[in-house]
Design a protein around this ligand. Structure first.
Ligand SMILES: [Fe+2]
Ligand SMILES: [Fe+2]
Length: 161
């Protein structure tokens, strides 16, 4: 694998862990406000991000490349209301999509078609992630202002395994 590509892969591993960290922060935010369903949904989301990191890490390792684990930054966001974390999540997923697209593009630049093929999974995953984040924000805007609506939404989110 190209050295720069390996460097960017390692960077993306770190970013996936950062995503997990951000979602943990959101999970805690909702838990503290009595919204256990939102809390558990974002905990599951954090776990999924860790899986993304491991998927990238395994690919590097299996390709005989050096995995370098870097320091994970603390999420530097404060939320001012129940809608804010959902907006932050959507913005974050958009940024991750841009990163994944760059990585994908980079793989083609180096004619590393195996890596490009591997990254296809992430390209598709990001589409889902953005849709989910946008959907959640939309639901919150529609039903979140009403106590009963918020209660129902929290119950719905609690069902995610
Ligand atoms: Fe991810
Ligand atoms: Fe994600």
């Amino acid at each position: 694998m190209n050295k720069d590509l390996v460097r960017d892969f390692n960077e993306q591993i770190n970013q996936e862990f950062y995503s997990a960290y951000l979602y943990l922060k959101i999970s805690v935010y909702y838990r503290e406000r009595g919204l256990a369903g939102f809390g558990s949904w974002f905990l599951a989301q954090a776990r999924e991000e860790e899986e993304h990191a491991v998927k990238l890490l395994s690919y590097l390792a299996e390709s005989g490349q050096r995995v370098e684990l870097q320091e994970i930054a603390a999420p530097d966001v404060e939320f001012d209301g129940l809608e804010a974390p959902l907006l932050a999540a959507l913005e974050h997923e958009k940024a991750v999509t841009a990163r994944i697209n760059n990585l994908y593009d980079f793989a083609f630049t180096y004619k590393d078609f195996q890596t490009a093929d591997f990254l296809t999974w992430f390209v598709r995953e990001q589409r889902e992630e953005m849709e989910t984040a946008a959907g959640l924000l939309q639901k919150m805007k529609l039903f979140g202002a009403d106590a009963m609506g918020l209660y129902q939404l929290d119950k719905e989110l609690a069902e995610r395994k």
